[in-house]
Write a protein that binds this ligand. Structure first.
Ligand code: 4AD
Ligand code: MG
Length: 445
């Protein structure tokens, strides 16, 4: 048996006899010549079965291979510019072929399918080139962000999924029966991160988070993954620098490591190459003024209504899109009204109706990808806010402790992985950015 290789490494084996193990992505044949496009998870390569070079029984198997049949192929690697595949440019002249399983009629064919059909077959749809490319880009984005944080001295500290209290607005909590008591699926790891920085300085958590969002939009998932860094002794300005560098690094790594995948999904490189520091910073006040100006200039009454905003209101997605449209890279919006943000955000001195918060809005209509802020470190103020929001103090005693034992100014943020992947890949909906999406109307497969 020759060496088993991964297709991604095929170029290193030119002229050698190798073994490939995978699935038939496509087979096309002309009598004595059969072309098998083989996927092995790492890439795709064209394997050629020529009647004269194969045992007769094996050639018959090759000729009858259905889409997604599992096979082991042994043969010689030859350079051929025309050979399709990922990376392409090499093909295998088959010498031996072993059928592991002849696949039943595959439901996903090259013809068009509706989104619901594809989502119902997500377990199979993942094998398509486009989904393969997107999820490989997702993995690269996650790895790049984690590498960057690790290199900057952040420690990964895992936070619990089951929590006794809300971390964000109580309206989106997922309640559990915890042996007769109420518990909730984590909306965020942030509150625990705040405890962890007092032990480790700079930390991050990375995991699934849950929001019982009743909204059915292209940006909302019920279960999404969030990377949340938290930093002791950190100001809002320092926080924005960290966010900016993290995002720039992730985009840069996708551009260098995932060119093939970006080509598969047809993503414009130019748009991604523009993602360089610094990102513009505008305040909520400026953002509202911009939207009011845009709205009053609007001829279309429907669009005018969509953009119109009063100070104090949160941005809807058309408004985030309009704001981001004047920039070719993400834009920071700072100092939102305290009333529309979470209980832990630090009010601005002398102007407590706004807080030291920052959202990062992605370009091209992708909206908020990061939410963050300075955290209240004053005990009395935090106690007042917890009370005012009706949050029930007992579950937060430990969180209040952090303000009694060496409280320091600190800040942090959360970046939503799926929205970031949707933006970097240029996708119209977050459902394709996660292997198995959980949506308002979907928990299958
Ligand atoms: O702005 P959010 O709610 O912030 C927090 O949870 C903070 N505790 C994070 C922190 O400071 N450590 O959520 C942060 C990000 C959003 O900007 C968005 O990218 C993503 O998480 N996100 C969602 N992504 C998909 N579906 C949803 N339902 C999401 N809700 C938030
Ligand atoms: Mg937010």
């Amino acid at each position: 048996m020759s060496t088993v290789i991964q297709i991604k490494d095929i170029a290193e084996h030119e002229g050698q006899e190798v073994t490939l193990r995978g699935w038939v992505h496509r087979r096309t044949g002309k009598g004595r010549l059969q072309f098998i496009l083989l996927r092995d998870g790492s890439g795709q390569a064209q394997c050629v079965a020529f009647k004269r070079e194969l045992d007769a029984a094996q050639f018959e198997i090759a000729r009858g291979l259905s889409q997604e049949s599992a096979v082991v192929i042994q043969g010689e690697v030859r350079a051929d510019e025309r050979a399709p595949g990922f990376p392409g440019g090499y093909e295998i002249g088959i010498k031996r072929l072993e059928l592991l399983q002849q696949a039943a009629e595959y439901p996903i064919s090259p013809k068009e399918h509706g989104t619901e059909f594809l989502m119902n077959h997500r377990h199979l749809w993942l094998r398509s080139n486009r989904q393969w490319a997107i999820l490989r880009i997702r993995a690269t984005i996650i790895k790049a962000m984690r590498d960057w944080l690790d290199d900057q001295g952040f420690l990964l500290v895992d936070t619990p999924i089951i929590s006794p209290a809300a971390g964000e607005e109580t309206t989106t909590l997922f309640e559990l029966d915890y042996f007769g008591e109420s518990a909730y699926l984590a909306q965020t790891g942030q509150l625990y991160n705040e405890a962890n920085i007092m032990a480790f300085g700079k930390v991050y958590c990375f995991g699934p988070t849950f929001r019982a969002e009743k909204s059915k939009t292209r940006r909302h998932l019920i279960e999404f993954w969030m990377l949340e860094p938290e930093i002791a002794f950190c100001s809002l300005e320092e926080l924005m620098q960290i966010e900016e560098q993290l995002v720039v690094y992730a985009v840069e790594q996708v551009l260098t490591q995932r060119q093939q995948e970006l080509a598969i999904i047809g993503r414009s490189l130019e748009k991604l190459e523009a993602i360089q520091a610094p990102f513009a910073r505008i305040t909520y006040d400026e953002a509202v003024a911009r939207l009011q100006a845009l709205s009053s200039e609007c001829d279309d009454p429907a669009l005018r209504a969509e953009l119109s905003i009063e100070w104090g209101e949160d941005f809807g997605s058309p408004q985030e899109t309009a704001l981001a449209d004047s920039f070719d890279r993400p834009v920071f919006v700072t100092h939102y009204p305290s009333a529309i943000k979470a209980f832990y955000m630090t009010p601005l001195e002398g102007r407590p109706e706004v807080c030291r918060s920052v959202d990062l809005l992605a370009p091209e209509g992708y909206g908020e990808i990061i939410g963050g802020s300075e955290r209240i470190h004053d005990l009395a103020l935090l106690e007042r806010n917890i009370e005012a929001m009706g949050l029930g103090r007992e579950a937060y005693e430990w969180y209040l402790d952090l303000r009694k034992f060496g409280s320091v100014p600190h800040a942090g943020f959360g970046i939503g992985i799926e929205r970031t992947v949707a933006w970097i890949c240029g996708l119209s909906h977050v459902r394709e950015t996660i292997p198995y999406a959980r949506l308002l109307n979907r928990k299958y497969p």
